[in-house]
Design a protein around this ligand. Structure first.
Ligand SMILES: C[S@@+](CC[C@H](N)C(=O)[O-])C[C@H]1O[C@@H](n2cnc3c(N)ncnc32)[C@H](O)[C@@H]1O
Length: 211
């Protein structure tokens, strides 16, 4: 029996690997963390520096942001940080095994006000993402947009049936460029911390891309 109430199934077999895709080199002695929409990599660099026993794969789709991120990452010489230029959706499908990820960050995603189907928790892909997480691991999502967080919270609890905490981001937090900008403007930023419970079942728990 599924652990969620999403009816529209995601079709991973329809998505080709991203252009120039190479399977990531996973460091077997480290926990695997992914960041989706890493921007210029401020959080990724901080996180990889502060957590040497984790491997962070930080994915960014926009070329100029990724180039800035990669430049910083190259000079930081962190062997546990892997900046990745790709659309995270096909990348996750083709790169990750079921129940292999120890945590995920989605910080200040594009709000998509005119296209709510593209908000991460509204996408059927979210079920696939959950299938890649280990039981007990967490997805952290932050946004400065109340309505985005309201909808995401409702989806997390009602549709995805995830234990979810909603907390304000501390006003001195400086994880990302967008976070710094919003907090400096006096806006409240919110964070959802969603936990994949033990025994959680998706339709992709045995699905592995065949390359
Ligand atoms: C509003 S920016 C936030 C960037 C960064 N997290 C920050 O807080 O400064 C959202 C980022 O997500 C990236 N993005 C959106 N959809 C993506 C996808 N499917 N795969 C990878 N990156 C994506 C965009 O290119 C953009 O850089």
């Amino acid at each position: 029996m599924l652990s969620h109430h999403q009816t529209r199934p995601f079709k991973p077999e329809k998505l080709k690997p991203p252009r120039d895709f190479n399977a990531p080199l996973l460091l077997s002695d480290k926990r695997l963390i992914i960041e989706i929409g890493a921007g210029k990599g401020k959080h990724a660099l901080q996180y990889a520096t502060a957590n040497p026993s984790d491997q962070l794969i930080a994915i960014e789709r926009t070329r100029d942001k990724f180039d800035a991120f990669q430049k910083l990452a190259t000079s930081a010489e962190l062997d546990n940080l892997m900046p990745t230029h790709a659309d995270a959706i096909p990348w996750v499908i083709h790169a990750l095994a079921p129940a292999s990820v120890d945590g995920a960050y989605i910080l200040y995603p594009n709000p998509e006000p005119h296209n709510p189907n593209q908000q991460w928790l509204n996408m059927p892909f979210f079920e696939f993402l959950l299938s890649r997480l280990k039981p007990g691991s967490q997805i952290v999502l932050a946004s400065n947009i109340d309505s985005y967080i309201d909808t995401a919270y409702e989806r997390a609890v009602q549709t995805w049936c995830l234990p979810t905490e909603r907390t304000p981001v501390p006003i001195d937090s400086q994880r990302t460029h967008f976070e710094v900008k919003y907090l400096a403007r006096g806006e409240t930023c919110w964070q959802l911390t969603m936990t994949k419970p033990a025994g959680y079942i998706t339709r992709f728990d045995d699905w592995l891309a065949s390359e």
